[in-house]
Design a protein around this ligand. Structure first.
Ligand code: NAD
Ligand code: ISE
Length: 340
């Protein structure tokens, strides 16, 4: 494939927390791309974000932005329920897409997206499971791949947010947050998740009224491993994502945040990141750069629509387990050859 000579014109759709951060990233950090359009149903927000970038036009309709001559690729950062319509519109123009996780919030809509990409006949989408680009997760995956530790038996994940946004619901702890561990577990182990159990301790007094926070989720995999997730989105003290893989001959653990340890006045310690933009800054930078580079080469790499669909199916089983209690099996269609 020949690499394109000009920079890639990107439309960023959704200019909230994540979208505005991606606009800044493409403008200031990423090479080979420029933001030529931003889209938000909130016109004032779109205009305010567009004003930060020379030559960027604000739109309220994703289809109008995709029709513009200077838009060659699309980064979707609207809320999960809006992703399907935007993905299908991008497929109509055969535009390359980086779609924030979750691909969609449920398995049926994710399957419709998968079927639409299959009709195109080629991959068009990289799904925003950015942990696959985080240097610590990359090291963990590389170590597991060497086989030195033997067969993975269990994964212990902790996923803590300082506070949840006002719109957060009990099911979103699974579909929006644990979606990351569904993907990380599949990717780290190379297994599909076959069943989900969700246990619910008495909610924290610091959780908003009615929010089932924290939750304890257990995945079973087709490789005979277990992966558990503590999801706690109002822990108060910061943003923490940790993973420990227990194997037959040893264990490996990431996310302790020991990059800087201080000793002072009879105490030792460090700091804890306060949000995802801080903890995963390098991962987002790598994710977007990888997407731009692959797109300019005419390729699609990284987490696929299949990965997005599989994570959505796991989360759907998780939401049922949360609501009804007990263990719920994950239902997946057969994996198409496009995603082999
Ligand atoms: P947000 O609510 O801060 O922003 C969403 C923006 O999209 C809002 O400005 C809203 O007006 C706009 N919007 C809503 N519907 C739209 C539509 N149909 N077309 C265009 N714009 C629309 O949400 P957020 O926290 O930025 O999350 C956005 C996406 O990013 C979600 O998919 C979320 O799961 C994902 N996210 C990923 C990470 C990560 O770590 N990878 C972190 C946070 C959010
Ligand atoms: C958010 O959407 C993210 O993706 C963050 O990475 C996660 O920590 C948070 O819980 C989600 O709401």
């Amino acid at each position: 494939m020949t690499e394109r000579a000009t920079t890639l014109g990107v439309a960023v759709i959704g200019t909230g927390r994540m979208g505005a951060d991606h606009v800044r990233r493409i403008h200031e950090v990423t090479s080979g791309a420029r933001v030529t359009a931003v889209v938000d149903v909130d016109a004032e927000r779109a205009k305010a974000v567009a004003a930060r970038v020379d030559g960027c036009t604000a739109y309220t309709d994703p289809a109008a932005a995709m029709a513009a001559a200077d838009v060659e690729a699309v980064l979707i950062a609207s809320p999960g329920p809006a992703h399907e319509a935007t993905l299908l519109a991008a497929f109509e123009r055969d535009l390359p897409v980086l779609c924030e996780k979750p691909l969609t919030p449920d398995a049926a809509s994710a399957l419709r997206v998968l079927e639409a990409e299959l009709r195109l006949g080629h991959r068009r989408v990289q799904v925003g499971f950015m942990r696959r680009y985080d240097p610590e997760y990359v090291k963990l995956k590389a170590l597991l791949t060497t086989g030195q530790l033997g067969r993975p038996l269990m994964v212990h994940n902790r996923h803590r947010n300082a506070a949840s946004p006002p719109f957060f619901t009990s099911t979103m702890l699974i579909s929006d947050s644990v979606a990351h561990e569904a993907d990380a577990t599949r990717w780290l182990l190379g297994h599909e998740i076959t069943a989900v159990t969700v246990l619910r301790p008495t909610p924290s007094a610091n959780a908003p009224d009615g929010l089932r926070d924290p939750q304890f989720v257990v995945f079973e995999t087709d490789g005979g491993a277990l992966s558990d997730v503590e999801i706690f989105v109002n822990c108060g003290f910061g943003y923490q994502v940790q993973a420990e893989v227990v194997c037959e001959r040893g264990t490996a653990r990431i996310g302790d945040g020991h990059a800087l340890v201080t000793n002072m006045a009879g105490r030792w310690g460090g700091t804890i990141a306060q949000d995802f933009t801080e903890r995963f800054e390098t991962a987002y930078d790598q994710e977007v750069q990888t997407w731009v580079d692959a797109t300019r080469r005419g390729e699609v790499t990284g987490p696929s629509v299949w990965d997005g669909y599989a994570a959505a199916a796991v989360c759907e089983a998780g939401v049922r387990a949360l609501e009804d209690g007990g263990r719920v099996e994950v239902e997946l269609v057969e994996r198409p050859a496009l995603y082999a």
